[in-house]
Design a protein around this ligand. Structure first.
Ligand code: BJW
Ligand code: ZN
Length: 268
């Protein structure tokens, strides 16, 4: 994006922000890219020879739980070493500013890295769960878990340059309550999102008067439908991305560039 165009878009968005009374923010993997966490689509979306999205399925877990656990163990370990960046921090600042002015701020994220939480955002609606939650496949108990490694069998495993190996089922994460096989507490393709989160987000989408869509390719539903719904109500949507996306044409403003650089220019 030409520098002049970028400055003029930034000035316009700053003005809209001044008069907004409820800002809804929707984030995707791109907001964590500058923290060192790979996105799903594009260059960073490969782990070993696998497309990351092909491992994020119940079928992949059923077929090869060890491989899928290696992938998730690798990502948990990576994320634990990463820090929130200036874009996460800018959103904390925006939340505090709006709340101080008796206005409303809502943060909806597709990310499972918990970096918004670690940055200090107060209210976060997580659409796709968390890398640091587990669900027992047998008794369904859900737990928060930041152990690294999550179990002995995964110690030193998951390296992207390593060969696939077979890990016996008994050495994968097991449930403390019933001994069942535990899975990552994330939402895979074809699985339903939490109904109560969806209902709340639907309310926010219908209430907000400004929406920021940050670092998402806008191809995964239902999240991809939220910002276009805000646009359809005639409310401004601002997209922050390093490139145009599937949804850009339905948004009023597009701020092109790495969001850790562009967001702080809007939120002072
Ligand atoms: C930067 C940047 C920088 C880089 N600064 N920007 C309607 C139509 C068609 C299909 C469906 C539909 N409704 C449901 C479906 C099926 C499916 C779906 O959407 N499929 C599409 C792919 C077509 N959806 C589902 O299955 C969902 N379930 C559901 O709807 O249940 C009911 C149902 C089921 C089946 C049929 C119908 C109804 C569940 C979706 C779960 C998604 N799960 C994942 C994995 C989570 C766990 C894990 O992390 O391992 O979630 S997939 C993956 O994609 C992950 C992400 O949250 C999600 C979105 O990706 P995101 O965040 O947009 O990342 P990228 O990589 O795509 O984009 C990054 C962007 O950042 C890019 O644009 C870059 O340019 C940009 N960027 N650096 C700013 N520095
Ligand atoms: Zn159990």
């Amino acid at each position: 994006m030409m520098l002049e165009k970028l400055s003029s878009e930034i000035a316009k968005v700053r003005n809209i922000l001044k008069t907004a009374s409820h800002v809804l923010v929707l984030t995707g993997a791109g907001i964590s890219a500058e923290s060192g966490i790979p996105t799903f689509r594009g260059a960073g979306g490969l782990w070993r020879k696998y497309d990351a999205t092909s491992l994020a399925t119940p079928q992949a877990f059923r077929q090869n739980p060890a491989l899928v656990w290696e992938f998730y163990h690798y990502r948990r370990e990576l994320v634990l070493k990463c820090e929130p960046n200036a874009a996460h921090v800018a959103l904390v600042k925006l939340e505090n500013q709006l709340l101080n002015d008796n206005k409303k701020f809502s943060l909806v994220t597709q990310n499972v890295d918990d970096l918004h939480f670690r940055a200090g955002s107060k209210t976060i609606y997580r659409l796709h769960g968390s890398l640091f939650e587990t669900i027992c496949t047998k008794c369904k108990v859900r737990k928060h878990n930041v152990d690294n490694p999550i179990c002995k069998g995964l110690e030193g495993k998951g390296l992207p340059e390593a060969e696939d190996i077979s890990i016996p089922l008994k050495d994968l994460p097991r449930c403390d309550e019933c001994g069942g096989l535990v899975r990552p507490g994330v939402v895979w393709f074809g699985e339903s999102l939490d109904q109560s989160v969806l209902e709340k987000v639907d309310e926010l989408v219908n209430e907000c008067d400004l929406c920021f869509v940050i670092g998402t390719s806008s191809v995964v539903y239902p999240a991809a439908a939220f910002a276009p719904q805000v646009s359809a109500r005639g409310k401004p949507v601002v997209e922050f991305n390093v490139e145009g996306t599937a949804a850009s044409s339905s948004f009023l403003h597009h701020i092109e560039g790495p969001c850790a650089k562009t967001l702080p220019l809007i939120i002072e």
